[in-house]
Write a protein that binds this ligand. Structure first.
Ligand code: HEM
Length: 416
């Protein structure tokens, strides 16, 4: 066993470098150092940056004493998962809470319902888009996706300002990679929404609103703090946001999918003709190829032995998602978009890790991968059959400094 001091070390604080090139920061240094990890300082804090399947297993297989608490800067945490959420729990408490997410997010009937609602919402939007003669992605997909998501969740009648709510939900992921006023504004709007959802939870519990009997919101409303004691309403609101917010974030994957279709007209022709043999692979390759979250993070809660290194308690770990997805040892010719790669959210190979690794029920892997794939597939059907317009986009596949990649109007569709 060797002490962690034998892991290559980058001197000085590398925060600026990370902010300039977040997607290639870890893999670029790993390549140069000939190592799958290195030590450095980020935001003045000692960090161990790792990539590859073994590192993915370390952060996701549940065998090492780790926590997500203290692993992300405050604004990022509060815009995404938030304090008190499932992601901040560990062990049996985490597994119990996670059981309230997974069935509704993976059950084929529930996914089929979401698909149908999304298809309906898109078709209702079509005449307005045709009249306007222009659709910008991801931003224009947010209102129909928001309407479908609200109804699918099973929440009470949609509020009048649902489109504004959807825009707030989208902004939470859109601004999570920012610092300063834009992130603070998104945070303020999130707090307002959290309060509204908490009041809604109370009204449902007190019978002032009808009970929620189906959809992903139903098991969340049934969450308990202790047997017989309902979970505090604001925590239920946080977990409702943990379904609503990331489902709206799939709008960005849909923009990436539109970009990929624009670059592969033969695939778009096949999908338009109803040949869907490559459609699931296409959606999965969108999740591998395009830059969304560059990395995830955790902190050790005790000493950990990993790959011959002794990692001390309290060590901050960063796992390179993008670099692992673009490593030629894991995916030959990684910068080529290839819908025929044998990749799927249903495998747990620790290589295909756009939304985390391992077993979603036991660890912190995202429970929403099936939802993301279903929504991308449904959007592709719509974009190839109903709105086959000319696509102009930013170079979305080339990662820059923006997290997640691409502006709100990154892809523009217009009649040919
Ligand atoms: C836009 C596409 C999405 C991306 C890129 C994404 C990414 C991720 C990642 C990387 C994690 C792991 C975080 C960690 O290890 O600490 C995660 C966790 C999570 N995601 Fe997603 N996600 C997406 C969509 C969804 C959807 C659609 C849902 C629900 C409907 C969802 C709900 C969650 C929840 C609840 C967790 C916490 C899981 C836990 O800690 O056990 N995500 N997501």
């Amino acid at each position: 066993m060797s002490a962690l001091t034998e892991m290559p070390r980058l001197r000085g604080d590398r925060t600026l470098q990370l902010l300039r090139d977040p997607y290639r920061f870890i893999s670029g240094h790993c390549d140069r150092l000939g190592s799958e990890g290195f030590r450095t300082r980020l935001m003045l804090r000692p960090a161990l940056c790792l990539r590859g399947p073994e590192a993915a297993a370390l952060l996701y297989d549940g065998s090492a004493p780790l926590t997500r608490r203290g692993a992300m800067p405050g604004t990022v945490l509060r815009l995404l998962q938030d304090k008190g959420s499932v992601q901040q729990l560990e062990g049996p408490a985490h597994r119990r809470r996670k059981q309230h997410f997974l069935p509704a997010l993976t059950d084929p009937g529930s996914l089929g319902r979401l698909r149908g609602l999304f298809a309906g919402a898109l078709h209702r939007e079509l005449p307005a888009w045709q009249a306007r003669g222009r659709v910008d992605l991801p931003v224009d997909i947010v209102p129909p996706l928001g309407r479908a998501t609200w109804e699918w969740c099973g929440l009470p009648a949609p509020p009048e300002d649902l489109d504004e709510i959807s825009s707030r939900l989208f902004d939470m992921s859109d601004r999570a990679g920012r610092f300063g006023p834009r992130a603070w504004w998104a945070l303020l709007r999130r707090r307002g929404l959290e309060r509204r959802l908490a009041l809604m939870v109370e009204a449902i519990r007190e019978g002032r609103l009808p009970p929620v009997t189906s959809g992903p919101a139903a098991p969340l409303l049934a969450l308990e703090q202790a047997p017989g004691t309902p979970l505090r309403s604001w925590l239920v609101a946080v977990e409702l946001l943990n379904v609503l917010r990331p489902t709206l974030a799939v709008a960005r994957y849909i923009a990436f999918a539109a970009d990929a279709l624009g670059r592969a007209p033969e695939l778009a022709d096949a999908f338009a003709a109803g040949d869907e043999s490559d459609l699931p692979g296409f959606a999965e390759e969108v999740r591998r190829h395009y830059p969304f979250f560059p990395f995830t993070a955790a902190v050790t809660r005790g000493p950990v032995r990993w790959q011959g290194h002794d990692i001390p308690e309290g060590q901050w770990l960063l796992l390179d998602l993008y670099g692992t997805l673009h490593d030629a040892r894991n995916f030959p010719d990684p910068d080529r978009f290839d819908p025929r790669r044998p990749i799927s959210w249903q495998r747990q190979d620790n290589r295909f890790i756009p939304q985390g690794a391992g077993d979603a029920a036991a660890g912190h892997r995202c429970p929403g991968e099936a939802v993301a794939v279903e929504l991308i597939c449904e959007a592709v059907r719509f974009l190839t059959r109903d709105l086959r317009w000319v696509c102009r986009s930013e170079p979305l596949a080339r990662p820059g400094s923006r997290v997640p990649a691409g502006r709100r109007h990154a892809v523009s569709l217009r009649p040919g």
